[in-house]
Design a binder for this molecule. Structure first.
Ligand SMILES: Cc1cc2nc3c(=O)[nH]c(=O)nc-3n(C[C@H](O)[C@H](O)[C@H](O)COP(=O)(O)O)c2cc1C
Length: 419
């Protein structure tokens, strides 16, 4: 039987770098997402952060020593590095020192982590962190290339100011990014993980910008994170993904077809251009409802009198896709400051959607919604039923939405084949 999230075990190896403290946040993220986390610390790691922090966050005793006495009260003796290697669903190293990377590459086994690594044959995710010169050194780069060639996922370090004062690549990737990569690696291993493999998912994301003049525009606070999380999640579940994105500062999701647009009119056209390929349409973008009726050819000059803008409606993309629905599964998003579920139910009917994700925005949505890495709301069904989605990472919410989309697709396929 496939394991559920709550029974999946991630072994988190923490090695001896300044970023070791960031692994505490990573444990919190992973346990929040429902995974069991067994922390293994190298001797050097224990110089940077105490095992007690990880034990408290993970709810498990931290493994720090290969030669600890593991004899149980009944006298049975377990060889712990072998037992942990057999139970683990994922081996995640964060931060990974240059030293651990070299030991993994060459198969050294002089402590618990490196010994367990050799006894383990599942997916491995490595998040290196070190001084820029150590990272750039040919020895490290050759080791990284070898680990990649063996199938390990390497989460490239971020560039920025490092603890040693240098500026350059070497900083541990953000814990959220590491947690997402760990989840993707786990998903890729799980049966049924590619449940969208026969689908083409068209996603819109981000805001639109409606120009007033060559330098000014009307827009909104959408960061694009929810749409990008959906695109990434759909791709990791095997779908072909076409992402139509308004202007955002996010890195393009891997292996998705990205169509960059600025205005609602361009987004409308891009959606229509790709709709015939799509079996699933997810409208996450915060498309401007209105745009300036005229766009000044030259920069508007400041005047003492007040300025009145005349606005005209933009094309209603979701409404149009709803009209052209066919066998497609359509998911809309409704961000509202009040009466969130009621508005969502009305929108679902008006736009001929299968699901609406209703998000509270504004004062009621502290820490979630626009610009945040978290989201919350309700998943509103055609039946009117509204399933509460408590605050969670946007990637996790994407996964919950796509679980339901995959179920709806199975129903569409069985009704098509039954005809
Ligand atoms: C203050 C300090 C900071 C260090 N930071 C890093 C680091 O960020 N990355 C790294 O690869 N090594 C770093 N090192 C070197 C490692 O601690 C050293 O190579 C150690 O042997 C690693 O052991 P481990 O890989 O078993 O954890 C640092 C050393 C010191 C003294």
């Amino acid at each position: 039987m496939p394991k559920t999230d709550s029974s999946r075990l991630i072994v988190l190896g923490v090695s001896g770098g300044i970023a070791a403290y960031k692994a505490a946040e990573l444990v919190r993220l992973l346990t929040d997402r429902g995974y069991q986390v067994q922390v293994v610390m190298t001797k050097a790691a224990q110089r940077f952060i105490g095992a007690l922090t990880f034990a408290s966050l993970s709810g498990r005793k931290v493994i720090t020593d290969l030669f600890e006495d593991n004899t149980s009260p009944t006298g049975e003796s377990a060889i712990e590095h072998i037992a942990v290697a057999q139970q683990a669903d994922l081996l995640l190293i964060a931060p990974a020192t240059a030293d651990v990377i070299a030991k993994f590459t060459h198969g050294l086994a002089d402590d618990f982590l490196t010994t367990m690594h050799l006894a383990y044959d599942g997916p491995i995710v490595i998040a290196p962190a070190m001084n820029s010169n150590m990272w750039a050194h040919p020895a490290t780069q050759e080791n990284i290339a070898q680990l990649r060639a063996r199938g390990a996922t390497i989460i490239d370090p971020d560039a920025g100011e490092l603890a040693c004062g240098m500026v350059g690549p070497g900083r541990l990737a953000e814990p959220e990014r590491i947690a997402n990569a760990a989840e993707r690696a786990l998903l890729a291993e799980s049966p049924g993980a590619r449940d969208l493999a026969s689908e083409t998912v068209l996603v819109t994301a981000g805001p639109t910008c409606e120009p007033l003049d060559p330098v000014r525009f009307l827009s909104n606070r959408s960061s694009g994170r929810m749409g990008y999380a959906l695109a990434e999640e759909a791709r990791s579940r095997g779908a072909r993904v076409i992402l139509v994105s308004g202007p955002v500062v996010l890195a393009p999701p891997r292996d998705c077809e990205l169509v960059s647009v600025e205005t609602a009119a361009q987004m409308h056209q891009a959606v229509l251009d790709h709709l015939s390929d799509a079996t699933v349409f997810v409208s996450v973008a915060a498309v401007a409802d209105y745009r300036p009726r005229t766009v000044a050819a030259l920069k508007l000059k400041k005047q003492t009198a007040s300025l009145t803008l005349e606005l005209e409606p933009t094309p209603d993309i979701l409404q149009e896709v709803g009209r052209l629905k066919g066998n497609r599964t359509i998911v809309g998003f409704a961000a509202e400051t009040n009466d969130v579920v009621e508005y969502a139910r009305a929108k679902l009917t008006a736009k001929n959607c299968d699901l609406i994700v209703a998000n509270p925005v504004g004062a009621d949505a502290a820490g979630t919604g626009f610009g945040s890495s978290q989201n919350q709301g309700w998943l509103v069904e055609r039946s009117g039923e509204a399933v509460a989605l408590p605050p969670m990472a946007k990637r996790e919410m994407a996964s919950r939405i796509l679980d339901r989309v995959a179920e709806l697709r199975r129903k569409v396929e069985s009704s098509v084949t039954a005809r």
